[in-house]
Each structure stands twice: as structure tokens, then as C-alpha cells.
Design a protein around this ligand. Structure first.
Ligand code: NAD
Ligand code: 0WE
Length: 262
């Protein structure tokens, strides 16, 4: 096993349970030699996340609401302390919109619902970048997770699609500003995967089925496939890549119409 992340220190946001894409990335990063600190949202998740963090010998596992500046300050302070002031990567695997805003028609989105989705799902990457960059003394990498609903209309993705479009633009602006400091910023646009964030979306199963029929590989992707691409983007193998959004979706996004019968 090549240790692509040997000696690197990382901080992962967005672990809710063993199905979380962020968990798959944390686990893969640890397997590839990184030290990985974990943060999670809210006391309800502590019971699930603390044992996962223990599995990868996480040097810390602390709560953080990414819409709270004080929480973010505390989280990056914990990372600075655990890692002796040197951080190499951050994984942003966080998104939230009010459930009603994903179920109702998009034109009914409230000002407050829009602001919430943008704050938690898009601004939070910038909030992390401004805290991470000063700790990335040897250069570093930020990685976020996005979805095709940023590019094209996906029924019910609604305000999350608008937030992901802002997130992807944020990737490019952050990459431009942090590049001179050796900090790369990229995104992975993952195909649909059944996680906590996907459960409770009516019709998600049908969407998964359709994605698997449309995609050139004739299947959907899983968390491990996203995590493998994440390890690459976080590693020095990707040292020439920044401001990029890499699709890990079995090719679904390239299709302009569903395939004719196989
Ligand atoms: P998940 O539910 O496991 O992860 C979402 C995470 O966001 C959770 O850990 C949750 O606690 C966290 N979160 C929500 N509000 C927060 C807040 N205020 N502060 C801190 N954390 C908060 O689901 P997932 O599918 O693994 O989602 C991870 C990322 O992947 C998200 O950005 C999502 O948009 C993206 N994504 C998911 C899919 C999919 O089909 N599952 C596809 C493409 C992209
Ligand atoms: O980014 C996401 C999901 C993000 C999400 C999910 C929820 C569900 C529960 C954000 N906020 C909430 N709020 C809740 O209350 N994905 C990429 C997964 C996803 O969600 C969809 C999808 C896909 C794919 C919603 C509608 C259509 C497709």
C-alpha cells in the first residue's frame, strides 16, 4: 500500500455516521498515512461519531456548527494544537437546507431558507479557508463535495443547487487567492449515494436507479470511490490541480440524453 498522505495532518468536517462521504474520506486518508482530526455537528451525533473517530486514532473529535464562527475558531485551534501548528488538508463535507425547501417548488424559497442553505453549504468553505490557510505553512489542500444540481436542474434539489453553484464558484475564487501560498482548493462532484442527507428525500431511490441507467458505467458510485478520488486530490499526486471540480459519478454528467436500450 502506497502511503499517499504519509506525514500529513488533516481536519474533516461532515461525519454524521458510517455512511457519510466525509467518513469514507477520513478513513481512506488515515489508511494512506494521514493523521485525521474529526469534527461533527451537534450533540445528537456525538454517540455515533466518537467511536468512528477512535477507529482511525483521531487526535481530536469535537463538535462544530459551521454556521458559528466561535465553533470554527475552536475547531481550528484544536487542530493547531494537535498538529503543532501545521495543517495540510481540510475536507468540507457539509450541506444543509430546510427540508421544506427541498420538497416545495423552488419559487417558494424564503429569504431565511436561502440564507441558511448558503451559509451552511457554501460560505462555510470560505470560513474554513480563512482559518486553515495560516496553518498551511508547507502548502495544503482544501477539498469540498458538490453535486450536479449546481450545473443543471435536478427536481427537488432546489435551493441546494443554488448553494452548490456558489460553492463551486467559491472553489475557484479561493483557489485563485490561495494558490500563491501553495494552497490548492478543489471539489468532487459525487453521483447520488444513499447517505443520511439523501434519506428522507421522496423519490431518491428512483433517482438512484435512473442514475445507474444513464451513467456510462451503468451503475452508481459509492463512498469508497469518492474517497479514493479525494485521497488523490489531497495528495501531492495532484500538486498541479487547483480550482477544479472532478466528477466522480460513473460518467453520468457527460450524458445529454439517456442511452438507447442496451
Ligand atoms: P451526510 O448527512 O452524512 O453528511 C452531511 C453532513 O453535514 C452531516 O455530517 C451533517 O452533520 C453536516 N452538517 C449539516 N449542517 C451542519 C452545520 N450547521 N455544521 C456542521 N455540519 C453540518 O451526507 P453526505 O451525503 O455524506 O453529504 C456530504 C457532502 O456530500 C454534502 O456536501 C453533500 O451535499 C455532498 N454530496 C452528497 C451526495 C449524495 O448523493 N449523498 C452527492 C453529491 C454530493
Ligand atoms: O447535497 C445533497 C443533500 C443535501 C441535503 C439534504 C437534506 C435532507 C434533510 C441538505 N439539506 C437537507 N435537509 C434536510 O432536512 N445531496 C447531493 C443528496 C441529494 O439530495 C437531494 C438529491 C440528492 C442527490 C434532494 C433532492 C434531489 C436530489
Amino acid at each position: 500500500m502506497t502511503a499517499l498522505l504519509a506525514g500529513k495532518n488533516g481536519l474533516v468536517f461532515g461525519v454524521a455516521n458510517h455512511r457519510s462521504i466525509a467518513w469514507a474520506i477520513a478513513e481512506a486518508a488515515h489508511r494512506h498515512g494521514a493523521r485525521v482530526g474529526v469534527s461533527y455537528f451537534g450533540e445528537r451525533l456525538e454517540r455515533r461519531v466518537v467511536p468512528l473517530a477512535a477507529q482511525i486514532d483521531a487526535p481530536f473529535c469535537i463538535p462544530c456548527d459551521v454556521s458559528d464562527d466561535a465553533d470554527l475558531d475552536a475547531c481550528f485551534a484544536a487542530a493547531a494544537e494537535a498538529f503543532d501548528g501545521r495543517l495540510d488538508f481540510v475536507v468540507h463535507g457539509v450541506a444543509f437546507a430546510q427540508r421544506d425547501d427541498l420538497l416545495n417548488r423552488f419559487n417558494l424559497t424564503s429569504r431565511a431558507g436561502h440564507a441558511l442553505a448558503m451559509d451552511v453549504s457554501a460560505y462555510s468553505l470560505t470560513a474554513m479557508a480563512r482559518r486553515a490557510a495560516p496553518l498551511m505553512t508547507e502548502g495544503g489542500a482544501l477539498l469540498t463535495l458538490t453535486y450536479y444540481g449546481a450545473e443543471k436542474v435536478i427536481p427537488r434539489y432546489n435551493v441546494m443547487g443554488v448553494a452548490k453553484a456558489a460553492l463551486e464558484a467559491g472553489v475557484r475564487y479561493l483557489a485563485a487567492d490561495l494558490g500563491p501560498d501553495g494552497v490548492r482548493v478543489n471539489g468532487i462532484s459525487a453521483g447520488p449515494i444513499k447517505t443520511l442527507a439523501a434519506s428522507g428525500i421522496p423519490g431518491f431511490r428512483k433517482m438512484l436507479g435512473q442514475a445507474g441507467e444513464i451513467a456510462p458505467l451503468r451503475r452508481t458510485v459509492d463512498q469508497a470511490e469518492v474517497a479514493d478520488a479525494a485521497v488523490f486530490l489531497l495528495s501531492d499526486m495532484a500538486r498541479g490541480i487547483t480550482g477544479e471540480v472532478l466528477h466522480v459519478d460513473a460518467g453520468q454528467n457527460i450524458m445529454g440524453a439517456p442511452p438507447l436500450a442496451d
